[in-house]
Design a protein around this ligand. Structure first.
Ligand SMILES: O=C(O)CCC(=O)C(=O)O
Ligand SMILES: [Fe+2]
Length: 246
């Protein structure tokens, strides 16, 4: 329960296959994850500004663990520079890819994905299944082998447009951990970027799981609330870690 909260916020099904788990991370876990993010953010293969294929820079700074995600400067199949509008090569149609190195940065090998983060993700999926009417794959004999993560840093004014997490080959649920400033997390539908959507406030320590029929739903972060991070965390801005299976 947050400081000064009158009622605890309850775990909630936001859409079929999607659950919000408020205050899931303890203080110790939030500090551990933040300390790890600070280490990961250092070069090489640290936090970088992502330049989108259209030329714009993302306001969110990012790093990858386990397998690097980013815009591909050249097509892995035909080798031509990726540009808009894309040429007819099939891989050019969607100019983002996963790979072993920071292809859109210094070319260094990506940082390893830590096992403990995979354990956290599996446990969160189990907790999500307790509130979901249609359970999504989690722990047990068919446990998801979580192996990659994206770490996003939101400074004041940073936002993330509506998108789908569609570059993973696995249909395993995505597990998102939030630290620092609160944000509006917009969770939409699988048809397009528009309505219907649900706006959910994600605070420090909250977890959001989306899998099953919600796995490919559009989602984004229209705004954060600068200065809303719990002072004791010692973070200015917002950090989000999304754990996925490749
Ligand atoms: O920052 C968030 O809460 C969402 C991040 C996200 O959608 C992504 O990394 O793909
Ligand atoms: Fe996403």
């Amino acid at each position: 329960m947050g400081v000064g909260e009158l009622f605890p916020r309850e775990p909630e099904e936001v859409a079929v296959g999607a659950a919000h788990l408020p205050d899931r991370l303890s203080w110790e876990e939030q500090h551990k994850l933040l300390a790890a993010c600070r280490e990961w953010a250092k070069p090489p293969a640290g936090l970088r500004t992502v330049r989108l294929p259209g030329g714009k820079e993302m306001s969110v700074r990012q790093l990858s663990l386990g397998w690097h995600w980013g815009p591909v400067p050249s097509c892995p199949d035909c080798g031509q520079a990726v540009r808009q509008p894309p040429p007819s090569c099939a891989r050019h149609q969607y100019p983002y890819a996963y790979g072993p190195t920071v292809a859109d940065g210094g070319g260094e090998p990506v940082r390893p994905f830590p096992d403990w983060l995979g354990e956290w993700a599996r446990a969160a999926v189990d907790a999500a299944n307790a509130v979901l009417r249609e359970p999504v794959a989690g722990a047990g004999p068919c446990a998801v082998p979580y192996d990659i993560a994206l770490v996003n840093f939101y400074g004041d004014g940073a936002r993330m447009g509506m998108h789908r997490d569609s570059d993973e080959r696995s249909a395993a649920p995505v597990v998102s951990f939030s630290l620092g400033d609160s944000c509006v997390f917009r969770f939409g539908n699988t048809e397009g970027r528009g309505r219907p959507w649900r706006d959910v406030e994600l605070r420090s320590g909250d977890v959001f799981v989306f899998g099953g029929p919600a796995r490919l739903a559009y989602h984004g972060v229209p705004r954060t609330e600068p200065g809303s991070a719990p002072p004791a965390l010692g973070l200015r801005g917002r950090v989000n870690v999304t754990v996925r299976a490749y």
